[in-house]
Design a binder for this molecule. Structure first.
Ligand code: FEO
Length: 401
């Protein structure tokens, strides 16, 4: 199309034809400081096939990359592994331009795509179904609620390639298409952030999927997710192991204190609570919600055994940033946490109790009542905070013995 954009050759038959969103800084409430990619893949066979599309504003970029390999109107099939708009947003335009013979999706995918785009014709494929493309065959496996009801993965037999849609991905813009193009620290950090913000609620389903993989007898040489770099060789074991660790949610000897503060009283409490935990030999981290956003806080607490949340009382309520974080956390449901609530107040002091209520809803173990201080904490109040942190740390150590 004259855009001078390049596809990236993955194997003899498969090209990456996605888009790089260097500017994305917010993915439905998750701070994506490093941008993202929307990966789409072109399979060259008797039936030319496009695996997923890209977010709507990136349609031209995808078409430019496809055009560097083949004319887009040669595409026979489009597979929609996941109907969320970052992968399906370009589907109506792609259908008009490419005029494919068929679009395929899971049973829920067909319903979801119709609910999004209304008159788009979609054929259904289920777990166990396969689709011959000529030399190669695509096999479909539904992965319901990983992370949408429609989610599925597709396996291309000749290339031993698993198109894993959102699973095993990360929000990371970059010019490299393989995991080997990135430092291990970046891969681990961004995989953890992605898991914490997108997949945490579905941890048990991920463990089920990981357990079921050997039984599927798939010889997988490449894992190609819809975001971030692709995995091959040792990288496949690496990302599967990371996912297993994340999904197991085993608590570590780490405590986080998450809070906001109005006139620094709640902050003084947070500081002493944290020092109490550290004095009891926990690794500790303090997260001020005016300095760190909700997605950083949820990432940091993922492997923590103790999570303590504090807020001043403002107009009989929690501070807005604390309420925002707790609602976000309640949706993602972290497991296996010992918790605590605290806060400074002037006259009514409801916030700490409200925090306790949400931590209870999240099934946190709450061994001690919330800690409240009127206005500015005294030395004796701060000693109580220190001991609160220390006692919570001791509870965790008992639990992990
Ligand atoms: Fe990348 Fe669930 O969309």
């Amino acid at each position: 199309m004259g855009d001078y954009l390049q596809a990236f050759k993955v194997t003899d038959k498969v090209y990456w034809v996605g888009a790089i969103d260097w500017d994305l800084r917010n993915f439905h409430g998750y701070a994506t400081d490093l941008g993202t990619t929307y990966n789409a893949f072109l399979i060259l066979d008797e039936k030319v096939t496009l695996i997923d599309t890209v977010k709507a504003p990136f349609f031209d970029e995808m078409v430019g990359r496809i055009s560097s390999v083949i004319s887009p109107d040669k595409i026979d099939y489009i597979i929609s592994n996941h109907s969320e708009m970052d992968h399906s947003g370009s589907l109506p335009k792609a259908y008009s331009l490419m005029k494919p013979e068929k679009i395929f999706a899971s049973p829920m995918g067909e319903k979801n795509l119709k609910a999004h785009f209304h008159d788009l014709p979609v054929d259904v494929v289920k777990t166990g179904d396969s689709l011959s493309l000529g030399d190669s065959t695509l096999h479909f496996i539904e992965t319901k609620m990983l992370h949408w009801p429609d989610s599925m993965v597709s396996y291309l037999d000749t290339e031993k390639l698993l198109f894993s849609q959102d699973a095993f991905g990360m929000h990371l813009a970059g010019s490299g298409r393989w995991y080997t193009d990135y430092e291990e620290y970046t891969l681990r950090t961004e995989a953890q952030k992605y898991f914490a913000n997108i997949l945490l609620l579905y941890s048990s389903k991920i463990l089920d999927l990981l357990k079921s993989l050997p039984g599927l007898n798939l010889d997988i040489k490449i894992v190609a997710p819809d975001h971030g770099p692709m995995w091959k060789g040792d990288g496949i074991g690496y990302i599967l192991d990371l996912y297993r660790q994340f999904a197991e949610q085993k608590p570590s000897l780490k405590g986080v204190v998450i809070y906001d503060t109005m006139w620094h009283s709640t902050e003084l409490m947070a500081r002493s609570i944290l020092d109490g935990m550290v004095a009891a030999d926990l690794e500790g981290e303090r997260i001020n919600l005016s300095a760190s956003d909700r997605s950083m806080a949820i990432t940091k607490l993922m492997d923590a055994g103790v999570v303590v949340v504090g807020s001043p009382t403002l107009n009989n309520n929690m501070y807005p940033t604390v309420a925002d974080f707790l609602v976000y956390m309640r949706g993602l449901r972290p497991q296996n946490k010992i918790g605590g609530a605290f806060g400074s107040f002037g006259w009514s002091g409801e916030a700490a109790k409200q925090i306790t209520g949400i931590l209870q809803e999240c099934n946190f173990e709450l061994p001690y009542p919330e800690l409240k201080v009127k206005y500015i904490p005294t030395a004796s109040d701060l000693e109580k905070c220190f001991n609160f942190g220390k006692d919570l740390a001791e509870k965790l150590k008992e639990k992990l013995q």
